[in-house]
Design a protein around this ligand. Structure first.
Ligand code: ADP
Ligand code: MG
Length: 251
């Protein structure tokens, strides 16, 4: 059984059909790329899967459970986590605080004065701090940890975004254009981190417009066109497919 099973998704925006009977499955441990021309429905696909928008028809199954229309926070708790095409860090907060605050705050304990917190709460807080520091170091943001996030470059923001979502300990990570606006050096760096996470067992689905990096990175490519699945398969075969070449010619 697939870890993520999307079946017959339809999403309309007014008169526009953004997703048109889209079915995609992802197995546990896979690293899958999603490509397609601008407006093909890639982000809407992620939005429906991650609960950001509710599909008009179709189902999303995660680990055997029907999670169609579940809220993003509840999906994140069960291990399905996504990033956005535009990063969502808080610019007037430091890098370190951005990463720490991404941790799920189960009891609202941050609101309690220190003296009222139980030792269990303090231990949990320390674990969050340690994990945040670990990720900041792993993503080579250590020298920037006290900077305001607003001062980071586009590529550094993408690294910060990855560190933030990893605080949620995802089982499946959906990445929307992680290389957009990132220079070639940082692109390689981010691609390497994604490959490492996948090697460690994380299932990853990546939307990307920049095909070269994507093709080298993934096991399988899924191509969307006008809200439907056009072609899927092994990257080299997909890129050589005439239907894919034609879909991109209009770009
Ligand atoms: P992609 O990510 O492949 O570029 P999107 O999923 O963002 O494509 O968009 C697919 C289509 O749906 C586009 O025509 C886009 O304009 C439209 N669309 C996406 N989100 C909305 C929205 N919230 N309201 C109206 N139209 C939308
Ligand atoms: Mg998009």
């Amino acid at each position: 059984m697939s870890l993520l099973d999307v079946d017959g998704l339809v999403k309309d925006f007014g008169g526009l059909r953004a997703l048109d009977d889209l079915s995609v499955s992802v197995d546990r441990g896979e690293l899958v790329g999603v490509m397609g021309p601008n407006g093909a429905g890639k982000s809407t696909f992620f939005n429906c899967v991650s609960g950001v928008v509710a599909p008009d028809a179709g189902t999303v199954r995660f680990d055997g459970e029907d999670v169609t229309g579940d809220a993003p926070e509840s999906l994140a708790k069960t291990g399905l986590v996504r990033t956005f095409q535009r990063t969502r860090e808080l610019e007037t907060m430091t890098v370190r605080d951005n990463v720490r605050l991404a941790a799920p705050d189960q009891r609202g304990e941050r609101a309690l004065p220190a003296l009222l917190r139980t030792s269990g709460m303090r231990e949990e807080e320390q674990a969050v701090r340690d994990r945040a520091d670990e990720l900041i170091e792993a993503f080579e943001l250590d020298h920037l940890k006290d900077e305001y996030s607003g001062a980071l470059s586009g590529g550094q923001r993408k690294l910060l975004e990855l560190a933030r979502v990893l605080m949620l300990d995802p089982e499946v990570l959906l990445l929307d254009e992680p290389f957009a606006g990132v220079n070639p050096t940082l692109t390689n760096e981010i691609a390497g981190r994604i490959a490492d996470l996948n090697d460690e067992g994380m299932t990853v689905v990546i939307i990307e417009h920049e095909l070269e990096t994507l093709t080298e990175l993934v096991d399988r490519l899924v191509v969307l066109e006008q809200g439907s699945l056009l072609v899927e398969g092994e990257p080299a075969a997909v890129l050589a497919d005439e239907r894919v070449i034609e879909a991109y010619l209009g770009e």
